[in-house]
Design a binder for this molecule. Structure first.
Ligand SMILES: CC(C)(COP(=O)(O)OP(=O)(O)OC[C@H]1O[C@@H](n2cnc3c(N)ncnc32)[C@H](O)[C@@H]1OP(=O)(O)O)[C@@H](O)C(=O)NCCC(=O)NCCS
Length: 147
């Protein structure tokens, strides 16, 4: 199977919205569609897709933004998903690699990513690609959003 990594475009949105559900399940995808269009039109955001036979089987979203304290741009990987049937074939690795190259190209001096403490597969993959557990990420849910 040959997999091509390329930047996402608007016509990918249906498949991207559907694939996102493998990371976070939502009953209603309408706000997801709106947010995705915003991301696709935001110059700070780049979404790379992995495509096999015109089917999107994975994606990664990278954001690069200025950090004036750091005195440089920094990058964040927001989301990474590979479709269940296509995992363990190196696609996640290819997507991380491509996002890393894009971050370097945009002069980001560091790239951050977060995942659940028990997501061993993701932690293993990120570690393999040079990420280290150097920081603690704290989260506050907005009022009315806490589960
Ligand atoms: C985490 C996730 C993105 C990994 O994607 P993936 O495509 O399976 O990742 P890879 O295939 O690149 O690497 C995973 C493992 O697959 C195996 N693998 C990779 N290529 C392989 C190949 N050609 N043949 C056999 N096994 C292979 C290896 O065991 C590899 O681990 P290694 O680094 O020790 O070699 C995927 O499991 C996923 O989408 N999970 C749900 C969403 C998620 O948790 N996202 C991350 C948090 S935001």
């Amino acid at each position: 199977m040959s997999v091509r990594i390329r930047e996402a475009v608007q016509r990918d949105s249906k498949q991207l919205v559907k694939l996102s559900d493998e990371l976070i399940h939502l009953e209603d995808w309408s706000t997801r569609e709106v947010m995705l269009t915003e991301s696709l039109n935001d110059p700070a955001s780049t979404i790379f897709v992995a495509e096999a036979d015109e089917t999107i089987v994975g994606f990664i979203e990278l954001r690069v933004f200025p950090d004036f304290v750091e005195g440089s741009p920094i990058a964040v990987i927001l989301n990474l998903v590979v479709a269940k049937d296509f995992r363990k074939q190196g696609i996640g690795s290819q997507l991380i690699q491509r996002a890393g190259e894009a971050a370097d190209k945009r002069n980001a001096t560091e790239t951050h990513v977060w995942t659940e403490f028990d997501n061993q597969q993701a932690i293993h993959l990120y570690t393999k690609h040079g990420f280290t557990d150097r920081h603690l990420l704290l989260e506050r849910e907005s009022e009315g959003q806490a589960s």
